[in-house]
Design a protein around this ligand. Structure first.
Ligand code: NAI
Length: 343
């Protein structure tokens, strides 16, 4: 039955990124009501109680899914939980937004796609937010309009500022490694610009420049990958956890009659500092500072798509990466991880 009114969302996961998504959904997305929040951690529920406008709080995900008022769930939980939690949400009749990656395991991705096919009326989107970054989207639209001829080469990097505390060394064992955690975004960018072309071969290598603690779980802090796609298309990826200056995410798309660069100057804002040593600008410190707008646009698009479905229409807005896109990103990320490990 058609339903008008706001889309009522329950968020699961209130960690580093979940708090940001929760604040966006509660205060910055027209047409959304953040009606519930779920975390197994008491301090995170305290944060929700103090910060969010209208949250019903749950320490158990299944209990939140039983909340009949919720139209959708928003998952910002550890990557190893995504597949089971998406399946449970669909079975409970909820639309789902889930952070990347869909799963670290290709068979698990396939299982989620099979379940989603049983619920074609439910929206299921994976959070590859670069598709909503204004600069990436502008470049995509230019390429789609033929501005650079046929795009055949993508060079793309995700590089984080070095964290001397090594937060990610503790996070690494459940993250899937640098290719599935970081490069997965660049993989999605390449596939997006290549019109969803299928990857055929992957090469990769990596090194530990600073964080020896990664060796125990077989990860690296700097990785390089090359992926061949159907139709003679190529992608070159670089991921790093050890940049001195900040988060430096950038991509280049090269076509037969031109090229587009996206984000090549990682400056934080438009301020230039003139001093005895020269002229400089500060850099974006974290991925969130770089992609704050993209996270917001992503939330708006999902909410509009769900609102259209609730009102009885088809999915109206471009709601981002599909489960099938996310499966391919995991397949390619896994291939890079294997290539790096096996040489
Ligand atoms: P985090 O470890 O800071 O947060 C995870 C949260 O999940 C915590 O609040 C924890 O209490 C909660 N949680 C654990 N088990 C739960 C359960 N059974 N039910 C409900 N909540 C549960 O991790 P972080 O950095 O916030 O990452 C979360 C997800 O977001 C990961 O999948 C990660 O890959 C993704 N991510 C995406 C980024 C992007 O660029 N799009 C950037 C950073 C993270």
């Amino acid at each position: 039955m058609a339903k008008r009114g706001p889309v009522r969302i329950g968020i699961a996961g209130l960690g580093r990124l979940g708090k940001r998504h929760a604040t966006n959904l509660a205060y910055r997305v027209p047409g959304a009501v953040l009606a519930a929040a779920c975390s197994p951690v008491d301090e995170e529920l305290d944060w929700a109680r103090e910060t969010l406008a209208e949250p019903r709080l749950y320490s158990d995900y299944e209990a939140m899914l039983a909340d009949r008022e919720l139209d959708a769930v928003w998952l910002v939980t550890p990557s190893s939980l995504h597949a089971d939690q998406i399946v449970a949400a669909l079975r409970a009749g909820k639309h789902v937004f889930c952070e990347k990656p869909l799963s670290l395991d290709v068979a698990e991705c396939e299982r989620v796609l099979a379940v989603a096919r049983e619920y074609p009326h439910l929206e299921a989107t994976i959070g590859f937010m670069r598709r909503f970054d204004p600069s990436y989207r502008d470049a995509y639209e230019k390429a789609a309009a033929g501005a650079i001829g046929r795009p055949f080469m993508v060079r793309s990097q995700t590089t984080d500022q070095n964290d001397p505390e090594g937060f990610f060394v503790r996070f690494a064992p459940t993250s899937g490694g640098i290719f599935l955690d970081c490069t997965v975004h660049d993989i999605d960018v390449a596939r997006w610009f290549f019109g969803g072309a299928r990857a055929t071969r992957a090469f990769a290598t990596g090194t530990i420049a600073l964080h020896e603690g990664l060796r125990a779980c077989g990860d690296v802090d700097n990785g390089v990958g090359v992926v061949e796609f159907e139709g003679g298309r190529l992608a070159v990826f670089y991921a790093s956890r050890t940049m001195a200056h900040g988060n430096d995410t950038q991509s280049e798309v090269i076509g037969t009659s031109g090229a587009l660069e996206i984000g090549h100057d990682p400056r934080k804002n438009r301020v230039q500092i003139y001093e005895a040593g020269g002229v400089r600008s500060e850099s974006t410190p974290t991925f969130f500072d770089r992609f704050e707008d993209a996270f917001l646009h992503e939330a708006n698009a999902f909410v509009q798509a769900v609102a259209a479905r609730l009102a009885g229409g088809a999915s109206a807005a471009a709601a981002g990466a599909t489960l099938a896109d996310a499966l391919e990103a995991t397949r390619i990320g896994n291939a890079l991880r294997q290539a790096c490990a096996s040489g």
